[in-house]
Design a protein around this ligand. Structure first.
Ligand code: UDP
Ligand code: MG
Length: 314
């Protein structure tokens, strides 16, 4: 099979019929063998009915329905697990992404052999309250992830090689950082394609203002997990040792002043004394945090999970 289109959706019954027929049209025109995996993330409207009706008419349309709303990341993850196509394309259900981009994305993955191609909404049709923070986020993400060639990490329209989606895990609200997750898993042939973007035609956005707070926290966790997830002591231990010895240095200095130069000022009247106590205690605590992190990592079921590229004679 050439292409799997994975569509996470939550209360999008108005958009779905148009979306399905548009994708079908593109697939037919290009002679692709394909499947559409619609993941209904616990919709309360008629989305699931729409999916079943279309699935009866076209067996290439497949549906998975969550019992309740788990979020876009969960929907993507489940869609990824089911995807059979050589190229997996994700797309929002709200018609903001255009299925006409599919042939070019398919070519970039199958011919140019990119691991991941991310859509870039070069000209966006979203409110300013969303586009300005998004710019900051993308800059921060580029900086911490080292993926400098992406303008737009969180575009719903993306294309992947099948093995990429089978080797990454999208959880929580980490769908915002899939290129970062892919890079940590070793899939670093990542590029972008400027894509058409439209205003939401039906319904309303499913994410509120909390997206920015969650997004920032997630960016910190993903950087930490990616870099130090398998060796937490290296982060906490380094910080802890630095802090501890900084404190010890101050204490040595104060002791020398007191004992050798018989300074008149008492230790407790020196601000640096308190600073020394603070940094020694914080340092010890960081160190303990590192040990605890190691213990948890050692016992984690993921401790020996590595992303394997190829094998021979096995
Ligand atoms: N979505 C989902 N589960 C959720 C929230 C959103 O599956 O809990 C889907 C939604 O139906 C849409 C896509 O994720 O297909 C992007 O959501 P939306 O268009 O509301 O986000 P925005 O374009 O405002 O960033
Ligand atoms: Mg949208």
């Amino acid at each position: 099979m050439n292409i799997s289109v994975v569509i996470p959706l939550f209360n999008e019954d108005e958009s779905l019929p148009e979306l399905f027929s548009w994708i079908e049209k593109v697939m037919l025109e290009n002679n692709y063998s394909y499947e559409i995996i619609a993941v209904d993330d616990g919709s309360k409207d008629k989305s699931w009915q729409v999916i079943t009706t279309h699935a009866q008419k076209n067996p290439a349309i497949k549906g998975i329905r969550f019992q309740r709303n788990y979020g876009k990341s969960a929907a993507l993850q489940v869609g990824f697990e089911a995807a059979q196509g050589d190229v997996v394309i994700t797309m929002d259900a709200d018609l903001q992404d255009s299925p006409d981009e599919i042939p070019e994305l398919y070519k970039m993955i199958s011919v140019d052999a990119y691991h991941l191609v991310s859509g870039w909404k070069k000209k966006r049709y979203d409110p300013l309250t969303k586009t300005i923070p998004t710019k900051l986020f993308n800059a921060a993400t580029r900086y911490v992830s080292g993926i400098h060639n992406l303008h737009d990490f969180n575009c719903g329209l993306k294309a992947y090689q099948n093995k990429v989606v089978k080797n990454i895990e999208v959880y929580g609200e980490m769908h915002r950082y899939i290129p970062v997750i892919a890079k940590w898993a070793g899939f670093d042939k990542i590029t972008e394609k400027a894509v058409q973007h439209q205003e939401r035609k039906y319904g309303v956005t499913k994410f509120g203002i909390e997206r920015f707070v969650n997004g920032l926290l997630d960016l910190m966790s993903i950087t930490f997990v990616g870099k130090y997830g398998k060796r937490p002591m290296h982060l906490f231990g380094t910080l802890g040792v630095l802090s501890f010895f900084f404190g010890v240095l101050i204490l040595v200095y104060l002791t020398v002043l007191k004992l050798i130069f018989s300074s008149e000022v008492s230790l407790t009247n020196r601000p640096s004394f308190y600073l020394a106590m603070l940094t020694v205690i914080v340092g010890t605590q960081l160190f303990v945090a590192g040990f605890l992190g190691e213990l948890i990592a050692r016992n984690g079921i993921e401790r020996n999970t590595y992303s394997i590229g190829e094998k021979i004679n096995l």
